[in-house]
Design a protein around this ligand. Structure first.
Ligand code: DOR
Length: 456
């Protein structure tokens, strides 16, 4: 008798890995192809992928004719504020926003209060997420002066997505300002270190610009391209010296891309939807402090440079850097207003809209939120539609036309920089471990998220 499937996804266009893809960590290319295939799931795993699978073997069948099935989208940079700032977000609300936007796994940042810099604080977050998170989760450990000597042990703790370093200060108190500490961190461990790269000395030196003008248009003047370049050059030099792989977050300038392209063997690159969609001065004219984030959104030539880098294969990963602050906080006079934009719920539709406008292919988008995070972070059993992998899927309708509005946002912050934006392309189902969590904007099943496992 043939095996009974728990779930059968029928008639979708699947983003599958190319057979015999032997490309290594940093090489990019067309790693995915689109195939008319059915997918059978049992016990939360993919057990069969085939052109046509008989429905009679399935307990539940979903007909996805006209839709694409992506491996579950992984957002590898979110700030969910728990513990310490839960009036902005918490692990329940942040993961709810994730699944409504089509995201199946999130890696959460350590700049909470307290910062996540110890085994205990990491375990505390895992405990808090269990039974409350709607999507899968893992947490970064923050690198600091105090824990630099233990990071080789901390980075290997279960459900730790790696070590995060802030070279420039942003929200929270995490900061690695001294080169000696950065070098110690880079020389003590083996997993990829992820870095917020802005030069703290230059930020301090130039802060007066923002204090004097009190105009958010000067945010990219205060935190200028040199602030990012000085830091990124320093980081890449140390990465080379210590032969340590790094992942440079939210690259905001054309200039940094020029240098990052020379370090593809050791440095992977993340960009954000906001740096691909918003540009100065337009975003500050329209959104004021609601466009304020670190590193800043800069003039259009940078947006174009980031797009070119993405098209040239210099960019590996797209993350949202979901960084919610309340409306009241954002309305404080600049520069007392906090930096950060929400984005976990809008990552998929904003980027699908770019796909529909011909800025990148669906395959390239998909690899940057599935296959590449899998490789960069060493994720176990996720990021691919492949037999034996977890049955996490993001189902999308490339023809759906929608308007993103603040009403749709379920993050505690209650706003999005894309309010009023018409998009084509929308996530219709979020499926996690074979369970339909979101369908047509409704949360169907709650709190099914599990901690993510890593290969190390
Ligand atoms: O603008 C930002 N906000 N950049 C960061 O790096 C941190 C983030 C936050 O946590 O608010």
């Amino acid at each position: 008798m043939s095996q009974k499937f728990d779930l059968l996804l029928k008639n979708g266009k699947c983003l599958l890995p190319k057979p015999n893809d032997s490309s290594t960590d940093n090489t990019l290319g067309a790693k995915l192809f689109i195939s008319d295939s059915d997918i059978a799931i049992k016990d939360g795993k993919i057990i069969l992928i085939q052109h046509s699978i008989d429905e009679k073997n399935a307990t539940k069948v979903i007909d996805l004719k006209g839709k694409h099935i992506l491996p579950g989208v992984i957002d590898s940079q979110v700030h969910f504020r728990e513990p310490g700032m839960t009036h902005k977000e918490d692990l329940e609300s942040g993961t709810r926003a994730a699944v409504l936007g089509g995201v199946t796994s999130v890696f959460e940042m350590p700049n909470t209060n307290p910062s996540t810099t110890t085994a205990e604080s990491l375990q505390d977050k895992i405990n808090r997420a269990q039974g409350r998170a709607h999507c899968n989760f893992a947490f970064f450990i923050g690198g600091s002066t105090e824990n630099a000597g233990e990071l080789n042990v901390l980075e290997k703790l279960p459900h730790c997505s790696g070590v995060k370093v802030f070279m420039g200060s942003s929200t929270g108190s995490l900061l690695v300002e001294e080169s000696a500490v950065l070098e110690k961190i880079l020389s003590n461990g083996s997993r990829r270190v992820i870095v917020h790269s802005e030069d703290e000395a230059r930020l301090k030196e130039r802060k007066q610009i923002a204090l004097d003008s009190q105009d958010v248009h000067d945010h990219p003047v205060w935190r200028d391209v040199d602030t990012a370049m000085i830091s990124t050059k320093k980081l890449l030099g140390f990465a080379r010296k210590h032969n340590r792989r790094v992942h440079v977050l939210h690259i905001s300038s054309e200039e940094e891309m020029q240098i990052l392209k020379e370090y593809k063997d050791i440095a992977t690159v993340e960009v954000l939807p906001q740096h691909l969609t918003l540009f100065a001065p337009d975003c500050y004219d329209r959104l004021k402090n609601f466009a304020q984030q670190n590193p800043p959104v800069r003039e259009k030539r940078h947006m174009d440079g980031i797009w070119k880098a993405l098209q040239d294969g210099i960019v590996d990963v797209i993350g949202s850097d979901h960084a919610p602050h309340t409306k009241e906080e954002k309305e404080r006079p600049y520069p007392t207003s906090p930096s950060g934009l929400p984005g976990v719920q809008t990552l998929v539709p904003v980027m699908l809209n770019h796909v529909n406008h011909g800025r990148l292919s669906l395959e390239r988008f998909t690899e940057m939120v599935t296959e590449n995070p899998r490789r960069v972070f060493g994720i176990k059993n996720k990021g691919r539609i492949q037999v034996g992998f977890d049955a996490d899927f993001t189902v999308i309708d490339m023809n759906a036309e929608r308007t993103i509005t603040n009403d749709w946002i379920v993050s505690k912050c209650g706003w999005t920089p894309y309010d009023g934006m018409k998009v084509k392309g929308w996530a219709t189902h979020t499926i996690i471990a074979g369970a339909v969590i979101m369908e047509n904007d409704q949360l169907l099943l709650k709190s099914k998220g599990q901690p993510v496992e890593f290969e190390h």
